[in-house]
Design a protein around this ligand. Structure first.
Ligand code: XMP
Length: 537
């Protein structure tokens, strides 16, 4: 089968998986490979285009991540992004230098709209589908180094106040470079630029669709598993539900789903999950609920370091699975709803640095009794997972449910986790979600079903590890502070604090203080991602 392929060559930047995500949004299949991948292997894959990503190095340093000049002679269009653009210049005879000041954040930019990257009808293969970008727009910059001299044959096609070469091209050789990050949402026209490259310049026809993904994955699972049994950790969240749907489509009753109630779930969630997936629910599954709350609290007693907490929660999860699997009989495979951002942020994808080890990927014990892992969503971003879920016929309310992390409230309680703190954060969180949901419903009712502009994609209450003095009635109090988080995001890789109306926050604050014992202060978290993460730990 001759599938169109674009290669994303990873030089270790934080946004690299987003480049792949945006390419797939153009219905073009792409894969990420390390910059260390040999040229022969790249040639053998016969890509229709190559994208060089950003990265932390300075290309003029001796041990910098680099590429062979021959990469630019394959007759395949190449687009360099940020470090990738600098490297292209450096390797092809231009000059890259350290700027006096770092250029970081949203930046005004002027584009040469005659460039095919920005929609100009040049000699692009598919000139008629190019998308126009306005000459003046904003972009997301993040660089110390800059291209001070273009390589021979290149011309600058964009500039900002402090960067003379914010984009460049050598049309004859099919080589393009962009100094900013078109892949992040902070560059509003960025998706169009990537579309113009992969569809317009590389000439990809856009034949990669979710239906194809489902067919391919079902086939792969059948090949991998054969007639063996699979155990899936079902949390009731989007990822594990969609994984369950895919795997059961592939192998039916060979799949058993185990729901671990680790005592770190939201208020009443354990019973809700059981009602949906358990006996009498809407799914045809073998459902097992393991009630291991106390076991978790004792494992977590005295542990305060976030990575240690995550590791303990993850490792215990696997142990519970092993125990449950033994009860079921011989089970060879463990299935997980790991998605692509989990993989990349755990430092397992290409060259990116470890940000945090995610529960799904971190710390698999060596002595686990399974012979392999089934992770059908490992290459997908969250919004792709939802699309697959809907295609599989999973109900919308499940597919669009706000995400809840595998380690649960364990990473929303800063510091040591105890049963008492879990109860506090569960109650505060239930009040917060109830009031936000009510405000959203009221707004929609008053506005013909339109959602409010502040509607968050994820919102929860966390328990800070801080206690402070307050006064209630005539009594001095010394209690915990709850932090309210609400973010707007599309891909969960970048996010901004949602502007929940102040009256709603005030109602939440007074209800939490009045109804939840042990809390005397409520904060609202304004931090975006980056620099914050969505979860607290
Ligand atoms: P962060 O905190 O990394 O979160 O900005 C991004 C998204 O991922 C979720 N998240 C997790 N999901 N296991 C999961 O299944 C985890 O360990 C984990 N940590 C974070 C988080 O809720 C948000 O939606």
């Amino acid at each position: 089968m001759d599938k169109e392929l674009v290669l994303v060559i990873d030089f270790g930047g934080q946004y690299n998986q987003l480049v792949a995500r945006r390419v797939r949004e153009c219905n073009v299949y792409c894969e990420i490979y390390s910059y260390k991948t040999p040229l022969d292997k790249i040639k053998a894959m016969n890509p229709k285009g190559i994208i060089l990503t950003g990265g932390p190095s300075s290309c003029y340093e001796e041990d910098a991540a680099t590429c062979s000049p021959e990469l630019f002679e394959l007759g395949v269009p190449v687009l360099g992004l940020c470090y990738g653009a600098q490297l292209m210049s450096h390797v092809l005879g231009g000059k890259v230098e350290r700027a006096a000041n770092r250029e970081y954040g949203k930046t005004d930019i002027t584009l040469d709209t005659a460039s095919a990257l920005f929609g100009g009808a040049s000699n692009a293969v598919n000139a008629d589908i190019l998308q126009s970008v306005p000459a003046k727009t904003t972009c997301w910059m993040s660089h110390f180094d800059y291209i001070s001299k273009l390589a021979p044959g290149f011309k600058s096609v964009a500039h900002t106040d402090s960067t003379p070469v914010a984009a460049m091209e050598n049309v004859e050789r099919g080589l393009y470079g962009i100094q900013f990050h078109p892949e992040v949402l902070h560059t509003p026209e960025g998706s169009k630029m990537l579309f113009n490259f992969v569809r317009g310049i590389c000439g990809c026809c856009g034949d990669w669709k979710m239906e194809t993904f489902i067919e391919d994955t079902v086939k792969k699972i059948r090949e991998q598993v054969g007639d063996k049994k699979v155990l899936l950790g079902l949390s009731g969240g989007v990822d594990s539900s969609v994984a369950a749907g895919l795997i059961s489509r592939a192998i039916g009753k060979q799949l058993t789903c185990v729901f671990v109630d680790h005592g770190l779930l939201r208020k009443n969630e354990g019973d809700e999950v059981e009602a949906v997936f358990g006996e009498g629910g809407q799914f045809d599954l073998t459902f097992v609920r393991a009630n291991v709350q106390e076991r978790y609290y004792s494992k977590l007693a005295g542990v305060t370091e976030p990575e240690s907490k995550r590791k303990i929660i993850g490792a215990e999860f696997i142990r519970v699975f092993e125990e449950e699997s033994k009860k079921i009989g011989q089970v060879e495979f463990l299935a997980q709803g790991t998605i692509y951002p989990d993989v990349v942020e755990s430092g397992l994808g290409g060259e990116s640095a470890v940000i945090k080890s995610h529960h799904n990927v971190g710390g698999l014990p060596k002595d686990m009794g399974f012979i392999g892992l089934v992770e059908p969503l490992r290459d997908l971003f969250k919004d792709e997972v939802r699309e697959v879920g809907l295609k599989l016929g999973i109900p919308e309310y499940l597919v669009f449910r706000q995400p809840f992390p595998g380690p649960g409230l364990g990473i929303r309680i800063i510091g040591e986790v105890t049963g008492e703190k879990v109860k506090i954060v569960q109650d505060a969180d239930a009040i917060y979600r109830e009031e936000v949901d009510k405000a959203i419903a009221e707004y929609k009712k008053a506005n013909d079903g339109k959602a409010p502009s502040w509607m968050p994609n994820q919102y929860y209450a966390a328990l800070t590890n801080m206690r402070s003095v307050g006064v209630m009635g005539d009594e001095r109090t010394y209690d915990y502070a709850v932090a309210l988080r609400a973010v707007k995001t599309i891909d969960f890789m970048t996010a901004e604090a949602a502007q929940i109306p102040f009256e709603v926050l005030q109602t939440v604050m007074s209800r939490i203080i009045n109804e939840v014992r042990g809390v005397n202060r409520v904060f609202y978290d304004l931090t975006s991602k980056p620099p914050g993460t969505i979860e607290m730990e």
